[in-house]
Design a protein around this ligand. Structure first.
Ligand SMILES: [Fe+2]
Ligand SMILES: [Fe+2]
Length: 138
């Protein structure tokens, strides 16, 4: 497979992780209870638009590269408590940080410096998300 196709496939994975974040944040922010849940609600609600913007950027970039946009996000799972929500979201943010780290390497190998810069910006935002969630769990 070409470097370009590998990059497109990776961007499609990222796109679906972003869509999953939008769905999960919407679900969690609407259903969270307790004092911790209240804090989580405020945090997640404010991040929905940001994650959606990441998805929009990725979908446009896939098309710009001549790729096919493949939308198949998993639905959010039921959670029992705000504590569980916190853990699920912290793990997911760490997962996207790892994915973007890999994608940045691929974009560098492919030679798309503009994409590298955009992905670095997104990665920095995801790192902020992970840290904000971790702060709530201490
Ligand atoms: Fe995101
Ligand atoms: Fe995030």
């Amino acid at each position: 497979m070409s470097l370009k196709q590998e990059l497109i496939d990776g961007l499609n994975e990222d796109l679906n992780l972003e869509l999953e974040a939008v769905l999960r944040y919407l679900y969690h922010s609407a259903t969270a209870t307790s004092l911790l849940g209240h804090e989580l609600r405020e945090l997640l609600k404010s991040d929905i638009t940001g994650e959606l913007n990441h998805a929009v950027f990725l979908a446009d970039k896939i098309v710009a590269l001549g790729g096919e946009v493949k939308i198949h996000p998993s639905m959010p799972k039921k959670v029992k408590s705000a504590k569980e929500m916190l853990e699920v979201n912290a793990a997911a943010e760490h997962q996207v940080v790892a994915s973007y780290t890999e994608r940045i390497k691929q974009a560098e190998e492919f030679g798309d410096k503009g994409l590298v810069i955009r992905l670095e910006d997104i990665l920095a935002e995801e790192t902020d998300h992970a840290e904000e969630l971790e702060r709530l769990s201490r």
